[in-house]
Design a protein around this ligand. Sequence first.
Ligand SMILES: [Zn+2]
Length: 175
Amino acid sequence: MKGSQTHFNKAMKEDIYLSQYFQLEEFTRSETAERLGIDNSIKTNQSHSSLGGRWLSQLSIINSLCALCEAILEPLRGAYGKAIHISSGYRCLQLNRAIGSKDTSQHIKGEACDISQGLRSENLKLFRLIQDLGLPFDQLIWEGGGRWIHVSHKANGHNRGQILYLFSIINYQLL
Ligand SMILES: [Zn+2]
């Protein structure tokens, strides 16, 4: 079992596209994980009591990431006309805790990503585009005073269209 999972993860580390423009690797790479020696590849058993004890399979996480790409990121990229940089995508529970985020974070389920283009003005363009295009986001958050934006989408279930603004850098990567 462990062997086959390792093999599966190895295969998934190759250039697998979740959608036309977005690769799986963009959602699993993490400087923090590398620095702390955390394996952030997609694994089973991400279930936690705070998530209702649900078992999150590798495929359910991949499915959620694909849905996030199809519903939000692909139309956003098309309208923006340039590459979009994912600064944080999927996080295993260990990585999520290491950066001080809550266990309920949608990043654990593959339902959320943070986008940062390096310039607040570009982040603002994307923040507005997501709304102007009427994309089916669950939460859209202006985080760290616009240093990055967080966007989530549920493959199954109601997408709330909730918009939040977090201006404090103290809240760094809380969501
Ligand atoms: Zn986030």
